[in-house]
Design a protein around this ligand. Structure first.
Ligand SMILES: Cc1cc2nc3c(=O)[nH]c(=O)nc-3n(C[C@H](O)[C@H](O)[C@H](O)COP(=O)(O)OP(=O)(O)OC[C@H]3O[C@@H](n4cnc5c(N)ncnc54)[C@H](O)[C@@H]3O)c2cc1C
Length: 488
């Protein structure tokens, strides 16, 4: 493994690997669900030392002078993690950069997969804000890729998959004006019967069509097999009261006892956007939400959402994602969607990630995302449905920690069935490369790779990692079933 300190180290390592015909892999944040940042018998380039962060007031991509107007931006070393970038750009810099939701995800891996954060419905994918990349290609040359220099390489880096086209050494991303407020609304709604749950799904879908397909909303709701709906949505560009008012019609419907549903009052919180990733502020006002790196001498900026602890080393049983077209919310098609969501939950929890479908986004975010290799299904999807299940860390051959293969296969079957139920209502289902099924049968189309004529990064043509770019992704909610409760 080479712990690269700069682009020159990377170039020399690429040369060495090419000359000695070694399999080469790159590791940044290490959050690949497919495990594509590791490979047996490979030479690994580890980028974690390359984590400088520089803010610009007026950045123009090299060679674009006079062609593109200067704009605020941030240049980030390929080994940086999003938590550190948010600390520099938002907490200390008062600006917004589109990154990922999880603070420990790596910048280069996320951007090369497209990349969604909590507020992508407003700002588009992370790749849509990419202005320039420094990248070492397989010939060992350090290149600057942007709209004016190597534009084809630049385009491919904006979602073609980590490691497909070269080793990225730094990225420059547009920064945006920071909204005033960010906030969260949380609730758990329980239905008293299958019929009441189906009605609840119908009411939620109607509410979504009227209110949630807009730049203000992001994040997740999950429909569970025990007839509950968990809501964990984030908002931007409105204050707490406006957010609570927006959801009032939905909670009024639940309050009507005739509908057979109950919930505790929803929790609605707003915070000045500048404090959203401010570790000191969060630890003071929401103790327990963040965890800190407890190694001696660790930086105080090394923090991560406490919820993510359970994901470290998790053993995935199955993982699928599907973009749901906004047309499914129309009166004419809504019935099919409700049936499919209810049917899916009879097998497994179905979660909808509103921030990962860009229907309702502003035109500039849509246009910038359109100019990337991502499956165009993202543009008119109201949400990305993720169906996945996982257990505690497990290691074959380690006594007391072996995976339970029988359970894994049983759960994998149910996850696949739930996904199939949902996919029957989507024509040519699209999936998010970084968070999709490792075993996706029609991966060329589902990932959008065959939908574009440039850079088809099939396993055979990948310049760095010959492993497939098919993928997998977590979900944040525990699947729940009355028939066979999961014990993880
Ligand atoms: C807990 C968790 C939370 C997540 N949250 C989100 C989320 O909120 N939004 C979202 O969109 N996705 C999310 N993801 C998915 C994540 O975006 C992708 O897995 C992403 O590829 C991770 O990047 P990384 O650098 O952390 O991972 P790595 O495993 O280090 O890299 C991922 C891929 O990119 C390649 N790569 C890494 N660095 C470079 C480089 N410098 N040059 C070339 N290739 C490189 C690797 O070889 C590998 O193929 C999450 C994943 C996890 C595990």
């Amino acid at each position: 493994m080479v712990a690269a300190a700069n682009a020159k180290d990377v170039a020399r390592t690429v040369d060495f690997a090419r000359e000695h015909r070694l399999r080469l892999v790159v590791k940044g944040g290490g959050h690949s669900y497919q495990g594509t940042s590791n490979a047996a018998d490979s030479l690994l380039i580890w980028t974690r030392s390359m984590r400088d962060i520089t803010l610009h007031d007026a950045f123009v991509p090299a060679g674009c002078e006079g062609r593109l107007k200067p704009e605020p931006a941030v240049t980030v070393g390929a080994g940086a993690l999003w938590g550190h970038v948010y600390d520099a750009v938002t907490t200390r810099g008062g600006r917004y950069v589109q990154g990922g939701g999880c603070l420990t995800v790596g910048v280069a891996g996320l951007v090369q997969g497209g990349g969604f954060g909590n507020f992508s419905k407003k700002f588009g994918t992370a790749a849509a804000s990419l202005l320039q990349a420094e990248v070492v290609t397989a010939d060992g040359v350090v290149r600057i890729a942007n709209a004016c220099s190597h534009p084809d390489l630049f385009w491919g880096l904006k979602g073609g998959g980590g490691g497909s086209l070269g080793v990225v050494t730094s990225l420059t991303l547009r920064t945006h004006e920071l909204p005033d407020q960010f906030g969260v609304i949380r609730a758990t709604v329980t239905a008293s019967s299958d019929a009441a749950f189906k009605a609840l799904i119908g009411e939620f879908i109607a509410f979504s069509a009227d209110h949630l397909v807009s730049e203000h909303w992001g994040e997740t709701v999950a429909f569970h097999g025990d007839n509950t709906l968990t809501i964990s949505m984030l908002f931007q560009g409105m204050n707490r009261d406006a957010a609570a008012r927006a959801w009032q019609p939905f909670f009024d419907w639940i309050a009507d006892t005739a509908h057979g549903c109950t919930t505790a009052p929803p929790q609605v919180l707003g915070v000045p956007a500048r404090h959203f990733w401010d570790a000191g502020f969060i630890m003071q006002h929401a103790p327990g939400a963040l965890k800190a790196d407890d190694r001696p001498g660790a930086s105080t900026a090394n923090v991560f959402w406490a919820d993510n602890v359970g994901e470290a080393g998790q053993y995935l049983y199955g993982y699928t994602s599907t973009w749901l077209p906004v047309a499914l919310l129309t009166q004419a098609q809504r019935g099919r969607l409700i049936d499919a969501l209810f049917g899916g939950t009879r097998q497994w929890t179905v979660s909808l990630h509103f921030n990962k479908g860009l229907a309702g986004a502003p035109a500039d975010a849509l246009n910038a995302t359109r100019d990337t290799p991502m499956n165009p299904a993202v543009l008119d999807a109201f949400a990305l449905a993720i169906i996945s299940g996982e257990g505690a860390p497990a290691f074959p051959g380690m006594s007391g920690h072996e995976p339970d293969e029988a359970k894994g296969r049983r759960y994998a079957t149910r996850i696949a069935q739930a996904s199939q139920t949902l996919r029957t209502i989507v024509h040519g289902p699209g999936t998010y490369l970084s968070e999709s099924n490792f075993f996706e049968a029609d991966w060329q189309h589902a990932n959008g790779l065959a939908a574009r004529s440039c850079f088809p990064p099939s396993p055979g043509t990948s310049v760095l990692s010959p492993s497939s770019k098919r993928s997998a992704r977590r979900q944040k909610t525990e699947p729940r079933f009355p028939a066979e409760p999961l014990n993880h």
